[in-house]
Design a protein. Structure first.
Length: 402
C-alpha cells in the first residue's frame, strides 16, 4: 500500500502566501525568488537537480535535417541540450557552429566557471570543437518573442553553411524553439529566392508561403522522428512570419491579436486574477464543485467543463520546468500547490505518455529515462480535490491504475 501523501510542503506554501511563494515556480528565472523564502529555498535545488536529470536522461537522437533550400555545403542538425553538452557528439558530426536558444540559467551557464555548459563554446583554449556560437538567451515561456531573433539566426546559419560548417540548432530538448528557428530560415530563403523575384499578387504569394511552410514543417517533423516535435505556440508565430516577410497589411493587427503585450496595469490585473484563482481553488479543496461566483476568476486559465470542473488550457513554454517541478512533488510524495497541478496540465499530452513509459504515435517510451510511472494517477487525485478536469492522457493512465 502506498504511503500517505504528506502535506508538509503544501502547508509551507500556505504559510507563505503573503510572499507569493507559488510565483517562484512560474519560470526558470522565477526560481530565484525561492531564495528569499527560507522555509522553501530547498525546493530550488531539488527542481534544478530534476531538470538536470531530465536533460541527462534524454536519449532523443540528434537529427540531420535535409532540405534542398539549405545553403550548402554545410549541414544542419537539430537537437537538445544533451547534444550541445556532449563534445563527443559534436566532434563525431564535425559540428563547429552552434545556435543555442536557451536562457543563461543554471543548466546552461555558470557565473564563474567558463568551462561549464555552453560557456565552454567561448573559451579559446577549450578542447570543444565548437568555434562559432550564437546565444539566443530566450526564456522558455509562452510569451517569449522568438521572431525578433530570426534575422540573427538566419544570417548565422547562412554564412556558416555556405562556408561548409555544420550547424547544430538546439534548445532544451530539440522539440520546439530550435525547430521553429530552422523552419523560419527556410521560410525566409523561399521568400527571397522564389516569392520576391516573381512579384506574385499578395494573396497568391501568401498562399504559396503557407503551402511551403506547411510542407517544410511536415518534412522536419518526419526527419525528427522518433522525437515528437511540439509546435503548438510556434505555429502561430511562423504564420506571422509569413506576413512579416511579405509586408502584408494584416501583420500588425495579427501580431497584436496573437501576441498582445499587456500594459503594466493589465499585467497587474492578470497577476491578481491568477492569485485569486489559486486562492479560490485552495479554499474549495474539500469540495470539487466551485461556486458559480468564482467562475470569472478561473476563466483566466481555461473554461468550465460540462461537469463544472475547471479545464486548463494547453500552453507552451517551460515544459521541462513544469514537468520537473511536478516530478519533485511526486517522488517526495508531497501534496502539490494548486499552481503545480495547473502548470502540469498545460503541457502537451505527448509528455504524459513519455513519463508513463508507454507507447504513443508509434514511439515507444518503455525504456525512457524520463519514465515516472504512476505520476498521472498521483496528480489525478489532486485534480479531483482542486476541481480540475483531467487531460485525456492523465485520465487514461490514472484509470489504468485503479
Amino acid at each position: 500500500m502506498a504511503a500517505p501523501v504528506s502535506s508538509a510542503w503544501f502547508d509551507l506554501f500556505e504559510e507563505n502566501q503573503a510572499s507569493d511563494a507559488e510565483s517562484g515556480l512560474e519560470s526558470y528565472e522565477a526560481l530565484n525568488k525561492l531564495d528569499a523564502i527560507p522555509s522553501l529555498s530547498f525546493l530550488k535545488d531539488l527542481i534544478w537537480e530534476e531538470i538536470r536529470k531530465w536533460v541527462a536522461n534524454n536519449t532523443d537522437p540528434m537529427s540531420a535535417v535535409r532540405h534542398e533550400d539549405f545553403d550548402g555545403p554545410g549541414r544542419v542538425f537539430l537537437g537538445g541540450m544533451n547534444h550541445a553538452l556532449n563534445d563527443d557528439t559534436l566532434r563525431e558530426h564535425n559540428i563547429t557552429a552552434v545556435i543555442s536558444i536557451h536562457p543563461r540559467d543554471q543548466l546552461a551557464w555558470h557565473p564563474t566557471n567558463t568551462s561549464y555548459g555552453l560557456g565552454r563554446f567561448q573559451v579559446s583554449e577549450s578542447s570543444c570543437p565548437v568555434q562559432y556560437h550564437l546565444m539566443i538567451p530566450l526564456e522558455d515561456k509562452s510569451n517569449a518573442d522568438l521572431m525578433e531573433y530570426f534575422g540573427q539566426t538566419y544570417d548565422f546559419m547562412r554564412s556558416h553553411l555556405q562556408e561548409g560548417r555544420n550547424v547544430l540548432v538546439h534548445c532544451k530538448s530539440g522539440r520546439s524553439r530550435s525547430v521553429a528557428v530552422v523552419i523560419a530560415y527556410l521560410q525566409r530563403k523561399y521568400y527571397e529566392t522564389t516569392i520576391r523575384p516573381q512579384s506574385f499578387p499578395l494573396e497568391e504569394a501568401l498562399g504559396n508561403m503557407v503551402s511551403y511552410r506547411e510542407a517544410v514543417t511536415e518534412s522536419i517533423r518526419y526527419q525528427r522522428l522518433p522525437v515528437s516535435i511540439i509546435m503548438e505556440r510556434f505555429e502561430t508565430l511562423l504564420e506571422l512570419y509569413d506576413l512579416l516577410l511579405l509586408g502584408h497589411p494584416s501583420y500588425a493587427q495579427e501580431r497584436v491579436d496573437g501576441f498582445p503585450e499587456p500594459s503594466a496595469g493589465e499585467q497587474k490585473t492578470a497577476d491578481s486574477q491568477q492569485t485569486t484563482s489559486s486562492q479560490a481553488t485552495r479554499s474549495q479543496s474539500t469540495n470539487s464543485q466551485a461556486p458559480s461566483s468564482q467562475t470569472s476568476a478561473f476563466e483566466t486559465m481555461g473554461s468550465q467543463s460540462s461537469a463544472g470542473r475547471k479545464r486548463v488550457k494547453k500552453k507552451g513554454g517551460a515544459a521541462i520546468l513544469k514537468i520537473s517541478t511536478a516530478i519533485v512533488f511526486f517522488t517526495h510524495n508531497q501534496k502539490p500547490p494548486v499552481s503545480v497541478v495547473e502548470r502540469l496540465f498545460e503541457i502537451n499530452e505527448d509528455y504524459f505518455y513519455e513519463m508513463e513509459g508507454s507507447e504513443h504515435k508509434g514511439i515507444s517510451y518503455g525504456e525512457s529515462g524520463h519514465a515516472h510511472r504512476g505520476i498521472c494517477a498521483f496528480y489525478a487525485r489532486f485534480a479531483d480535490e482542486f476541481g480540475y478536469e483531467l487531460p485525456s492522457a492523465v485520465s487514461l493512465f490514472s484509470s489504468e491504475m485503479n
